[in-house]
Ligand binder design. Sequence first.
Ligand SMILES: Cc1ncc(COP(=O)(O)O)c(C=O)c1O
Length: 394
Amino acid sequence: MLAATEETIAQYTKYVIGNYTRIPAVMVKGEGSYLWDQDGEKYLDLFPGWGVNGLGHCHPDVVRAVQAQAARLTHVANNYYLENQGRLAQMIAERSFGGQCFFCNSGAEAVEAAIKLARIFCEPRYKIITMTNSFHGRTSMAMVATAQPKYQKGLPPVDLGFTYVPFDDVDAVKNAIDDDTCAIMVEPIQGEGGVNVPADGYLRALRDLCDERGLLLIFDEVTTGSGRTGKYYAHQHFGVEPDIMTMAKSMGGGLAIGGIEARQDVAEKLVPGTHASTFGGNPIACSGAIAKLEVIDRDGLLEHSIRIGDLLKEKLLALKDRLDVIADVRGKGCMIGMELTGPGADFVKRCMQAGLLINCTHDTVIRFYPSMCATPEEIEQGAAIVEEVLGAGL
Ligand SMILES: Cc1ncc(COP(=O)(O)O)c(C=O)c1O
């Protein structure tokens, strides 16, 4: 028998650290694009798990794969070989740029591994250029990589070797390179920063700059990777390959897994003793990640996510023509942002009351990261709720 909602909230108040702004709903069940709370309310979830549930909630193929794996082997040390960890690495390499993978459990850990590897490869150079409004995670090094002071509470007053420049500005990157620079790290499309899609030539120009100046190019694909934008990895929209790529979020089909892929000669520098993760690449997480890629391929979900993303954009753009509170609509595949002319927090709250879950970032940008399996009907249902709620004003 589940505790009542009020009891669970009281338990949290007493025993769980209050580092999240929590919405007073206890979520108990998810299926596809829908989520149910303990009081029986059903929600259309167009921001499932902050981008983790890329196939929606509890996709049956992921559930089956994970259940079967859990009954066979849950964990062994990384001193042994695991058949499904090797298979996952091959599947990722074959769908991207043919590198080698290291696995961990989250996005910030993937970013840490990428930073460490870049510095080891380029030693003694250590400086990394990152972009304003970037987001790279909450561990200490990832916080410094994140060029936003609001995320840097608790950092020691030491220079950890990051230089910040405006996003989508090649000259600013050029001017920031010095003799100690080893890498440029960028999200191909910024997520937390407001779903910012760079100009077409930006990533290509960064690639050329890295090649000219002997720098590594790191793409943080924690949010944009694993099919989110309608390609396996978002950099494939721009025809540019990184030297190191990070992954996490929807990579495991809802399971906690992260990782990096690096160009072979770069990856070779991560020799025994340089880096490790006890849980990284465990067989259960790998089974979820393999199932996710298999479902994407079998069901043609890259194409499908472009179709539903375009449908959502079309609906929101039509709304923009009628409602002057919408300033912009942008994004690719299942990563869509709608910029409002004012704060969006209250709008998000009212959408939830109307049965729709979305998110607001940077005060004014509403994020829609629907499941790649969402149906056109679900997208239309979501757009209709947005219309109804926004029609009443911000
Ligand atoms: C681009 C990017 N990098 C890194 C992270 C950190 O991931 P995690 O919260 O899994 O540590 C995030 C999380 O939102 C992200 O969007």
